[in-house]
Design a protein around this ligand. Structure first.
Ligand code: SF4
Length: 290
């Protein structure tokens, strides 16, 4: 791994090398220098299953090294940096789930962008797709502010949480099936730990839709048959197969699909601001939020 000279964080001004070492007070870094590291897919399974809460889970996610190709890519990008961000440190680590620890609305995307989440350390932050998503989240009342630019910028999701199906930025935005599968236990555990509160899920794109269906099935929910098809505005209800503990009885969850706010979709008008806001508003309303 090439570690570049330290550069100042855009919000705090503290100096960091790229990639950012865990436990060095990067805003929202859940890990410490002692957080256990998954070195291979089997480690992801054991470390995900044994995570007792979302903080421990995201700490473990954020130091994972189970996919050699993605580790090499995320760190190469962090070392080289794009010219526009040459004066900033790059996170260069897996981008964990972020938002409320008891979310009513869960948003499932594909993977962090090489110069977005892989730079800022926060999912959907620092790239055009994220600009669209957070503007829409704010418009419907789920995000504290209309922009998400850097960890530590004051943004917040009091009732929602955003997760990626794959936590490391992949080359060409295309993770391999083996990388998707290696990362899957992190997603399943995140869904399990959100189960007491979550009432609706927004899947961004077909990739997010399939990941959400698979993860909720693995986490104890029934998926209707035939398997619901993805579409913008498509909906399906996932019912818990088993009741939770008395303090957290199982509740049905509404899954809603949205076209992914990728530039391919937003530049062409396939996805408009109004379309994305309508899906988020539907999820919010179903979750009983005003
Ligand atoms: S993609 Fe997921 S499993 Fe693979 S290294 Fe990144 S966090 Fe770990």
């Amino acid at each position: 791994m090439t570690v570049k000279p330290a550069l100042p964080h855009p919000v705090t001004g503290a100096a960091y090398p790229s990639p950012v070492p865990p436990g060095t007070h990067w805003p929202d870094d859940p890990a410490t220098a002692r957080t256990p590291v998954a070195e291979q897919a089997e480690d992801v399974v054991s470390l995900a299953v044994s995570a007792s809460d979302l903080h421990q889970l995201t700490a473990r996610q954020s130091v994972c090294r189970a996919c050699p190709r993605l580790v090499a890519w995320r760190e190469q990008v962090a070392g080289e940096r794009r010219r526009a961000f040459a004066d900033q440190p790059y996170w260069g680590r897996p981008v964990p789930g972020w938002g409320s620890d008891a979310p009513k609305v869960l948003i499932v995307g594909l993977a962090p962008a090489a110069h977005g989440g892989n730079r800022t350390g926060r999912i959907f932050t620092g790239d055009r797709s994220g600009d669209w998503l957070f503007a829409a989240l704010h418009e419907v009342g789920l995000a504290a502010t209309p922009t998400s630019t850097s960890a530590g910028d004051g943004q917040g999701l009091p009732q929602a949480r955003v997760v990626a199906a794959v936590r490391c930025a992949p080359p060409d935005n295309k993770p391999l099936p083996s990388e998707r599968d290696a990362c899957f236990p992190w997603l399943v555990r995140e869904v399990e730990l959100c189960r007491p509160s979550v009432r609706s899920v927004v899947a961004l794109g077909m990739y997010g839709w399939n990941a959400a269906l698979r993860a909720f099935a693995e986490a104890g929910y029934s998926v209707p048959r035939p398997r619901p098809k993805f579409g913008h505005g498509a909906e399906t209800v996932l019912a818990p197969r088993t009741a939770g503990p008395p303090e957290h009885p199982g509740q049905e969850v509404l899954l809603v699909g949205s076209y992914h706010p990728s530039q391919q979709n937003t530049f062409t008008g396939k996805l408009t601001h109004g379309m994305l806001e309508a899906v988020l508003d539907r999820a919010k309303t179903y979750a009983g939020l005003e």
